[in-house]
Design a protein. Structure first.
Length: 315
């Protein structure tokens, strides 16, 4: 049993309000649900970023190439690299020298991706890193002085609170060299109904994605959640730009967790806070870059301006 996972789950569920961390969504079943989410009509984010990459790949390449022998394209939370492949293919076709360093804490995700890229892009030089993001970056900085381009795509940044995002960007600024770059995908504030629908899809995949964490806790932490006694409740607040999801207890109930059978009590209608998917404005993005010491090289949008990939350079 993963001690850290158990501790986090128990601490989250004895807190008030109760909470579970969305970073635990991604076990094997969770990865599959998220891949299904990316295919949903309502989940516009993936299509937008795909469109941006296809449209602007040449501009990205112009900015990425450096005087060094090669540049490192380091992707934080690479997953299946669905959209990154648009860039990888194009960069290879252009014959530029670069190395792709996908970074993911999920060993199974990273192994699968390396295998997949080996098949689909055999000429690509891939050095996967199964580490925490900053550990991997520290290791790479020791090994190579060449330019680093960090990719943090798909609105993964949205899973951080604004404060956590500030800490994340500042930490990156400490570890990078002037001239290194960062390409981040931000989902923008827009029609609230559109945003809510992306997290409340008609097929119920997002619901199952959330409930899967309870199933994972049952499987891995010997818990006895009756998953049918919880339902998915997503909200979007158009003022602060926060899409949040909750699981609500349908009744007063008890759940046992772990070998010690720690008992967690739920009131009827009590929520567990599961995830934040924060939406931003361009002004917010400018402020993030300025506070962390980056210059914005360019903002690249899809045609509806739902999403932006913001390219920054460390000053
Ligand atoms: C992977 C964090 C970008 O917040 O939009 C999708 C995860 N959650 N549907 C997001 C997610 C519910 C997704 N990110």
């Amino acid at each position: 049993m993963d001690k850290r996972f158990l501790e986090d789950v128990i601490n989250g569920l004895i807190s008030s309000p109760k909470t579970l961390s969305s970073k635990y969504f991604y076990d094997e079943a969770g990865d599959k649900f998220f891949q299904e989410i990316m295919m949903l009509d309502e989940y516009y984010l993936t299509d937008c970023e795909y469109e941006i990459f296809t449209t602007h790949r040449a501009v990205f390449l112009e900015h990425f190439v450096s005087a060094c022998d090669l540049f490192h394209l380091m992707e934080f939370g690479a997953g299946d690299a669905l959209k990154t492949k648009v860039l990888l293919k194009y960069f290879l076709d252009q014959g530029v020298a670069f190395e792709y360093n996908p970074i993911d804490i999920s060993a199974s995700a990273i192994d699968q991706l390396a295998e997949d890229l080996h098949q689909s892009l055999p000429e690509l030089s891939v050095h996967p890193m199964n580490h925490e993001y900053f550990k991997a970056l520290e290791e790479m900085s020791r090994k190579s002085t060449c330019k680093k381009v960090i990719l943090f795509l798909g609105s993964n940044i949205g899973n951080f609170s604004e404060k956590e995002a500030d800490v994340f960007f500042s930490r990156l600024a400490e570890l990078l060299q002037p001239g290194d770059q960062l390409l981040t995908g931000f989902d923008l504030k827009k029609d609230p109904a559109l945003i809510l629908a992306a997290y409340n899809d008609s097929k119920g995949v997002t619901r199952d994605f959330n409930l899967n964490l309870l199933r994972r806790i049952n499987r891995e932490l010997y818990a006895d959640f009756n998953v049918g006694e919880f339902y998915h409740y997503p909200i979007y607040d158009p003022i602060d730009g926060a899409a949040k999801s909750y699981l609500i207890s349908r009744k007063k109930q008890e759940v046992r967790i772990g070998a010690n059978h720690t008992i967690i009590n739920f009131e009827k209608d009590e929520p567990i806070f599961m995830e934040i998917s924060q939406k931003y404005s361009l002004k917010d993005i400018e402020n993030f870059a300025a506070r962390a010491g980056f210059r914005i090289t360019g903002n690249y949008f899809d045609k509806s301006k739902y999403f932006v990939n913001s390219l920054w350079e460390l000053l």
